[in-house]
Write a protein that binds this ligand. Structure first.
Ligand code: F6P
Length: 328
């Protein structure tokens, strides 16, 4: 029989994402609702290894639902990748009487969580928190909606300059392995071309397509480039290549960077985080482990962590075509 869960700890790990605070708040308050103790671990797995743990109550998480970042702080821990690091982490959990762990993060954080749970038979539940939306088994990850809106707002502003000066802008957005931000923000902001890691359109085809749209009367262009795009050129090299091969266009490059990860979470992200936070605590109380709490067709869903870490199929169904059609 599995041990009854009475003391849950929560941490945020990997890149911060807007809505992480709302998720922590939901976990803490769900613990309070079900009359169990909740502990916050600072700086992700790093803080777990260094025993930076403190008890939280419903009042510890007041006034944070609207705040970006994570008040627990986050880190990408190298030490947790070692068995010695994970052993220290386990000892600290035992020392603090903690019997289950909620990990809010992305694929790297889930990989660590799964390994840890398997090695020490320790109950772990994941909540997908990353702006990249690159987790399998959930329609959305916490932070993605806010990041998309930030990107669209930034591109709208850049468009003013692009059209006033008849310029072509290459705009780099986040997404090392996933094109969700680039594709969706690109469509939302009316980009002419979108380059994503999952599909290499090739630089020649890019120039050809830009030439064509220029012929149809376009006087400025926006190209959204995911940071992990597979053209083989970085965005500045790509900018030079486009300028050399496309006459009469002044080219500029803009890298949006970390503004995409910050800011107050959208209402969608706050509600999603609240649902998943409550779901995570209830799932641990049900005796489940090594699962992620996701959202599928608006329904909170329990997915094995293994599945969450699988490469996604049908990732961008129909969207590339929509982008092509609407950018003619
Ligand atoms: O995983 C989220 C993410 O924002 C990626 O899109 C990006 O490649 C990466 O984090 C950047 O990480 P860092 O802040 O460590 O440079």
């Amino acid at each position: 029989m599995t041990k009854k869960v009475e003391n849950i700890a929560v941490l945020t790990s990997g890149g911060d994402a807007p809505g992480m605070n709302a998720a922590i708040r939901a976990v803490v308050r769900a613990c309070s609702y079900y009359s169990i103790k909740c502990f916050g671990i600072y700086k992700g797995y790093e803080g777990l290894i260094n025993n930076e743990i403190e008890e939280l109550n419903a009042r510890s998480v007041r006034n944070i639902i609207n705040k970006g970042g994570t008040f627990l702080k986050s880190a990408r821990s190298k030490e947790f990748r070692t068995i010695e690091g994970r052993q220290k982490a386990y000892e600290n959990l035992i020392k603090n009487n903690i019997d289950a762990l909620v990990v809010i993060g992305g694929d790297g954080s889930f990989t660590g969580a799964l390994k840890f749970s398997e090695e020490f038979n320790f109950p772990v539940v994941g909540i997908p928190g990353t702006i990249d939306n690159d987790i399998n088994g959930t329609d959305y990850t916490i932070g993605y909606d806010t990041a998309l809106n930030t990107v669209v707002e930034a591109i709208d502003k850049i468009r003013d300059t692009a059209s006033s000066h008849n310029r072509l802008f290459l705009i780099e957005v986040m997404g090392r392995d996933a094109g969700d931000i680039a594709l969706n923000a690109g469509i939302g902001a009316g980009a002419e071309e979108i380059l994503i890691p999952e599909e290499n359109m090739g630089v020649e085809r890019l120039i050809e397509s830009l030439r064509k749209s220029k012929k149809t009367g376009k006087t400025s262009s926006i190209i959204v480039v995911a940071e992990g795009d597979k053209s083989g050129k970085n965005i500045f090299e790509l900018g030079e290549y486009v300028e050399e091969n496309l006459t009469n266009y002044e080219v500029r490059v803009s890298v949006l960077g970390h503004i995409q990860r910050g800011g107050s979470p959208s209402c969608y992200d706050r509600v999603l985080a609240s649902k998943l936070g409550v779901g995570a605590v209830e799932t641990l109380l049900d005796g489940k482990s090594e699962v992620m709490i996701g959202i599928v067709h608006k329904v909170v869903t329990i997915v094995p962590l293994n599945t969450a870490l699988d490469k996604r199929s049908h990732r961008h169904d129909g969207l590339i075509k929509v982008a092509d059609i609407t950018s003619v």
